[in-house]
Design a protein around this ligand. Sequence first.
Ligand code: NFE
Length: 504
Amino acid sequence: MKVDIGPVTRLEGHLSIQTTVENNVITAAKSVGEMFRGFETFLRGRDPLDAQQITQRICGVCPYAHAIASSYAQEDAYQLDTPSNGRIIHNLIQGANHLYDYLLHFYQLSALDFVDVTAVLKYTGSDADLNNLRDWVKREIGSGSPFPAAPFLPRLSGRYLSDVSTNVRALKNYVASFEIQKKANRASAIFGGKFPHATAIFPGGCTQGPTIDLIASYQSMILEVRDFIHKQYIPDILAVAGEFPEYWDIGRSKGGFLSFGMLPFSPGKESGRLLAPGVILKDRVEKVDLEAIREDVKYSKYSSASGKKVREYSKLIPDVRKNEAYSWIKAPRYHGEVMEVGPSARILVDYLQGNNRQVKALVDKFMGSAGIGPVQLNSVLGRHLCRAVSAVVIADFLLDESERIDPKGPHMAKYHLPDTAEGFGTTEASRGALLHYIRIKNKKIDQYECVVPTTWNCSPKDDNDQAGALESALIGTRVENPDEQIEANRIVHSFDPCIACAVH
Ligand code: NFE
């Protein structure tokens, strides 16, 4: 039977997932991005210094990653020597955004796939938030409304966490996490100017300079976020993992892994990154070669040339009637191979290279207590755990990094806009590897390309008919109830798709 489980909710944008189920097993899957945007088209002809502002509008969740990738691409094009403070402030803004995004994803976008909201009806404690939630859920359920207690209910049928106190604790954290996310966003906005869509991120640094009071405010907010990560977020993930251990083996993508690495150490891009870049192909980690990336469009709704490299310009021609095409998302491939990007890629690429000692220690500790190996980080639970590992490492780094600021030092490079130039910028957005490419002619943007995390993960099939990463993770999954497929929803949510980004 063919089932359309879309539009899938609790993600950004319009994603439909169509599965074919035979004998309760998914045998085929289509990831369908349902809109077109055209940022790369309307960037052409504009002032290059608009790019880090305009590309942030690709998304309201990960705007800073776009600003950073664009700034790096322009730094490459203008040959800028970014001062240490400029690089540090970029990191402080981008890192805080990751912390916000991991909490948003776990609590609001995926925890309710596992947490039993109705457990709050059995709550008898004295917490005011939980009492309010319990009374509201009770009233809603008895109200006769067709959608009582939205957005918590209705929900898909399946097994949820059984222990009342574990559910109640997670629900309390669902509510509490909003305040903590606000803290992370305010920390970013101290230097970025505002959230979303920072005004201050610039190629070569940040227009907002550091002062002792700004640094102290930033640190106090990150300390609170870090506390929540350790005391609430990680225990909640481990509680889910403890009761659903089968999800260490559900949702495994079938290709390689790509991470661009993130958070460069000062003074510059040559001195390494907190999380290292790399590609995992056939269990070996290799250096990233940007020339190996091509974007296929055989099954995407474009009649432009397929298989172009990032810097090979091909006019993007939307084509709603194209035969066989089923998505507005393109299909990026690395040496023709399917790549998963995102938290598991980021952590596995770093872990297998032994780059960051803290990553190694955390991964070993969690793998040891769960009784799993690295291959199981490629799974629903693996993606959740790798976000948590990223959160711990990034939060500690941000606190250290903020101590390295020299309040008297420069925070912006001087730049000269060249007539003709090109540049690549790579970083990790929360959802994975993000690449921006800019080519400048006559001081205007001649070509701009973004290769975006969800484009990799939620791509349709490529020119060789290979399923995309998410599609491949769905195929082979056993589903108890083919009409609802809670298992497929959990897999989709573990990738945290952002379709606004994917179709940019
Ligand atoms: Ni719109 Fe984005 C994606 C992330 S790219 S959320 O995909 O993370 O910067």
